[in-house]
Structure formats: C-alpha cells, structure tokens
Write a protein that binds this ligand. Structure first.
Ligand code: KG4
Ligand code: ZN
Length: 341
C-alpha cells in the first residue's frame, strides 16, 4: 500500500537552503536547493553571517517554488522535519524558526532532525535494501566520521577526525592552489590526467590501530611541496599531478580507516555520505574494496551526497514513526551530538 504521509524537509545548516517533499521514507515528490556557492566563493569558504542572511532571503521564495512545482498545499503536509544541528548557529536558526512558524500556521507537527542522522538517511533514501547494522563514512566540509548504525536511532561513533574534515582538506588545498570554493570538485577536475603517485603526500595515522583521521599533515605537506616547486622552477606548477597525488592521499586515508572499522566491527555493509562522497576516486576506491573484500557498498547518487532536504525529511519521518517528537521549544543546537557509546 502506498504511504500517504508527506513530510516537508527543511535544511539550512550550512550554505545550502534546501527543501523537499517526501512521501513516506523515500518517495521524493519535489526537491529544491538554493546554493550559496557564488556568494561565499570570493572568500574561499563559508562566511557565517552571509550564510544566515542568504537563507533568510531564499527560504520563503524557495518554499513557494517547491509547493507550486509539486502542486501541493499546506493541508497535504503531515510533518515538518527541520535540521536543528549540528551546523552554523545563525543558519540553523533560520530553518528552525521557519519550521516552527509553519508548524503553528499550518497546524502540522514539527520535528528537529540531526544533520548527521540526515546524512545517514541519504543512503537509506537511495537504497531500500540498506538496513542496520551498517557503517557510514560521513565525509563533508565540517565532518569526517565513521558511525555504526546499530539500528535506526541507535548510532555509535567509531572514530572521527582529530583536526580538519576531509572536505576542509580539499577546500584549504584548493585555496592554496588558487582554485575556487568548494575545493573538492575543483581538485577533482584538476586531477584529471594527473599522476596520483607523482608526489608522496602522507597518509596520516596509516598504521595506528585507532579509527581516527587527521588531515592537517597532508595540507602542510602540500604547502611545502608547492613552495619547493615554486622556488626551484619557473615552469609553473604541475597542477594535475599535485591534485591527483593530494586526492590519492586523502582518499587512501579514508579507505584505510574504513577497512579498519570493518575489521573491528565485523559489519560489512558500508554507506558513505557528505559532499566528499561525490568524489569519484573515493567512490571507485570503496567499490573496488567492496568487490575485493565482499562488502556491500552503498553509494548515494551525487545529489544526495551534498546537503539536501530529502535526507532530512526521510530521517525526520523515520524518527517520527519511532515516536520522536519536538514542540515549540525546539531550538538550534550547533553542536548537537546523537552518538551513543
Ligand atoms: O555535505 P556538504 O555539501 O556540506 C557540509 O555539510 O559540509 O559537503 C561540502 C564539502 C566541501 O568541503 C566540498 O569541497 C566537498 O564537500 N566536496 C567534494 C566533492 N564535492 C563536494 N570533495 C571532493 N570531491 C568532490 N567531488
Ligand atoms: Zn552536510
């Protein structure tokens, strides 16, 4: 029987204003995003004050566009799911306040969703067969974490980055090389045809037995390599080789620790999410390991890797069906953690 329960998802935790209407857990009715990349690009990263102002400008026109593209009216909506954290305080508040106002005005319940639980649901939306227990590598501009989903709503953090996130490692490298923000796609494009073994950038903590990441060393190593190359030749930087080598080191760091997490937990079902999950080298590395080691690997479509509201609606629906509830005391929590021990 087709599920008639429709959730409006609202995502404003960072620099994407995103809205979606989702039927049940994964029936996407409409999905819209207003990206702020052009606004932040001149600054080489997200400027928090600018982000919240842009969310305020974008949200209501985007909601109008969503509702008219879906030919939906407020009476069609059964639940409003909004990202309440973690993320940028000012950005989160725009979404949470709008969700509460709509909830009051429309008489529809509201539920706060954890952004990282949202990322876990990116895989669930795309792959109905993805069921707990599974591991999820969350790799974005603000997060690099491996989580064990023991059940929906029961998540254990296996390890995280000690310093920069993987996406941040790409963003900072791109800035250093004079490339635009966001750096991940720019480095990926620039690495085409490059030799990934031209430079031996370090794979941090490779031999450590802890599931943890570090990306500050690879960034420092890149800076030193660039300085050395500029001092020793006038020929211009071998950008493709540098980017391909850098991408290899970041990817290998992620793969080595994913393998360790599988070994430690015995869980061989692996999902990946977050902006860096759009990276082709990481995707093919995970698929290759999956084939060799007989893991089931779940790669979400590119549009669900980066921030979107479909994953938020799906996570909110699932939580609501498990009895989760929020009320008008819901507020933004920039460092909200849902990991259990
Ligand atoms: O999940 P996301 O859209 O926003 C955050 O929650 O951070 O991730 C954005 C991050 C940025 O750091 C961006 O450089 C990175 O994901 N990213 C990529 C790619 N596409 C986006 N990194 C590597 N390769 C890509 N194709
Ligand atoms: Zn995200």
């Amino acid at each position: 029987m087709e599920c008639d329960f429709i959730t409006l998802g609202i995502e404003t935790s960072c620099d994407d204003t995103a809205l979606a209407l989702v039927r049940g857990e994964r029936g996407v009715i409409a999905d819209v995003i207003s990206s702020q990349i052009a606004d932040h690009s001149p600054f080489g990263g997200v400027v928090p004050e600018l982000a919240s102002r842009k969310h305020q400008e974008a949200l209501i026109p985007l909601l109008d566009a969503l509702m008219s593209s879906a030919k939906a009216s407020p009476s069609d909506i059964d639940l409003i799911a909004v990202t309440a954290g973690p993320g940028l305080m000012g950005s989160l508040l725009v979404g949470v306040m709008a969700a509460k106002a709509l909830s009051q005005g429309w008489g529809v319940p509201v539920i706060g969703v954890n952004h990282l639980e949202g990322h876990l649901f990116a895989g669930v939306v795309a792959h109905p067969e993805l069921k707990p227990p599974f591991l999820c590598l969350i790799v974005s501009g603000g997060h690099t974490e491996i989580v064990l989903a023991r059940d929906f709503g029961d998540y254990m953090l296996l390890g995280a980055t000690r310093d920069d996130a993987a996406g941040e490692a790409y963003d900072k490298a791109a800035k250093l090389l004079g490339m635009p923000y966001p750096g991940g796609p720019a480095i990926e494009r620039a690495s085409m045809g490059g030799d990934p073994y031209a430079y031996r950038f370090p794979v941090a903590l490779k031999d450590s037995r802890a599931v943890e990441f570090s990306f500050s060393g690879v960034k420092t190593s890149l800076r030193e390599t660039v300085r050395h190359l500029m001092n020793s030749s006038d020929a211009g930087l071998p950008i493709a080789d540098i980017c391909a080598s850098y991408q290899r080191a970041v990817t290998e760091t992620l793969l080595v620790k994913t393998e360790l997490a599988v070994r430690e937990t015995g869980v061989r079902r692996i999902a990946v999410s977050g902006g860096v999950a759009a990276n082709a080298a990481l995707r093919s590395g995970l698929s290759g390991m999956g084939k060799n080691k007989r893991w089931e690997v779940f790669l979400p479509p590119l549009g669900y890797c980066t921030d979107n509201a479909v994953m938020i609606a799906s996570a909110g629906y699932s939580s609501y069906m498990r009895g989760g509830r929020s009320d008008l005391s819901l507020t933004a929590d920039p460092s909200w953690s849902i990991w259990q021990t």
